[in-house]
Design a protein around this ligand. Structure first.
Ligand SMILES: [Zn+2]
Ligand SMILES: [Zn+2]
Length: 385
């Protein structure tokens, strides 16, 4: 069972009552068309027995569970070269539930603010001589879902343990942690609420959404009523664990096809990890689709961002200075083949082998052009294109 099947079966009823944003409509069309004749592909013929098969193109949309892959090896190899030989810390900044309605209305603005507040908080603590007194190297990754597809908005920070001081020295954290999370929390909250407040101003991005003074005061009170959760996860050890984390988590989709269990006329059932063991959650189909679509990112939105020494502007120079301070050589530019690489190649060889005769290999013999349908079956989406 696949998400595309859920969309095809329950999509018409869902779309009859919904107008999708253009970002969501695009994702919808991609998922439904993925690996079907709509996208075209090629015919492959066994070079031994002559049996043929049709292979269709993938949509490659980042939200498509069928295209969900590990991060590409060359992308990971680049990240690997930017890592420093120090322990890495993993911190999580969570947005309070009181902001979820606003996330639903203005996801781009709120996600940007979340990145901004978390990055500014870390930068400030790194620069504070009481802690490190220098520039950090860190990456932030946006997460928006829980296992049951409910909204849960966080940025995960992977932070190199230490900072480059203005004198060009590397200063490591004195204790076993980077910063006290209790101290980070109010600073993060303060920065976020300040940004929110500013965005209410005339002509600003949330001027309309937060126009009502009474609602705004109620929201602000709610936001100040609780501590905002910042917590430290198990440190990532060294650079290799960071690469592994990035490879595993950063290109994930809200739900994988493996987790889908069954659907009927009205419901969809899917697996959620829970304690203890596994359980299956059943939702009305419309609710399931609605939850999945909540996690579609605004068009072109970058989910992974790099800061401090890793900020794109002066990354090469700054990383070189950090390596000098740590007395380590520049990383080898040669991309070492990983076990993962090897398995991928074996997988490709396996895929090309003909199961019919067992001896031949499939080779492409004809091209199937994509179907240029204005609205491919099962993808009729109303609203802005
Ligand atoms: Zn796809
Ligand atoms: Zn064959």
């Amino acid at each position: 069972m696949t998400l595309a099947e859920v969309f095809r079966r329950h999509g018409p009823a869902y779309l009859a009552n919904q107008v999708l944003s253009s970002a969501k409509a695009k994702v919808w069309r991609a998922i439904v068309a993925c690996r079907t004749a709509v996208l075209g592909g090629h015919v492959e013929t066994c070079d031994c027995c002559g049996v043929t098969r049709h292979v269709y193109h993938s949509c490659r949309n980042r939200h498509c569970p069928q295209c969900q892959t590990r991060a590409k090896e060359d992308w990971l190899a680049k990240r690997r070269q930017e890592l420093l030989p120090v322990p890495y810390f993993h911190l999580v900044f969570t947005l309070p539930h009181a902001l979820h309605a606003l996330v639903g209305q203005r996801p781009r603005v709120i996600y940007e603010m979340l990145f901004g507040a978390a990055a500014a908080t870390l930068t400030e603590f790194g620069a504070n001589p009481r802690w490190l007194g220098g520039k950090l190297a860190f990456s932030l990754i946006l997460h928006t879902w829980k296992q049951d597809l409910a909204r849960h908005v966080q940025v995960h920070a992977l932070v190199a343990g230490g900072a480059l001081t203005p004198e060009g020295e590397w200063r490591s954290p004195k204790r076993g942690f980077l910063f006290p999370v209790r101290a980070l929390s109010p600073v993060f909250r303060g920065k976020f609420i300040a940004a929110l407040s500013e965005a209410r101003g005339p002509g600003q991005r949330l001027a309309e959404s937060l126009a009502d003074e009474k609602l705004w005061l109620a929201l602000r009170q709610q936001l100040y009523a609780h501590d905002w959760v910042v917590y430290a996860k198990q440190p990532l050890g060294g650079p290799e664990q960071v690469v592994e984390y990035l490879g595993r988590y950063t290109l994930r989709v809200a739900i994988s096809n493996e987790r889908l269990v069954a659907m009927d006329e009205t419901t969809v059932r899917f697996r959620v990890r829970a304690t203890p063991g596994k359980r299956v959650l059943q939702l009305p189909a419309a609710e399931f689709i609605e939850r999945f679509l909540r996690h579609v990112l605004p068009s072109g939105f970058k989910r992974i961002r790099h800061y401090g020494l890793l900020a794109p502007a002066a990354k090469a120079t700054k990383l070189a200075l950090a390596r000098q301070a740590l007395s380590v050589p520049a990383p080898d530019a040669v991309i070492t083949a990983t076990v993962e690489d090897f398995l991928q190649r074996v997988g490709r060889a396996e895929w090309a082998r003909c199961p019919h005769c067992g001896a031949g290999r499939f080779v492409p013999t004809a091209v199937m052009p994509p179907l240029h349908l204005a609205t491919p079956p099962g993808t009729s989406v109303r609203g802005p294109p």
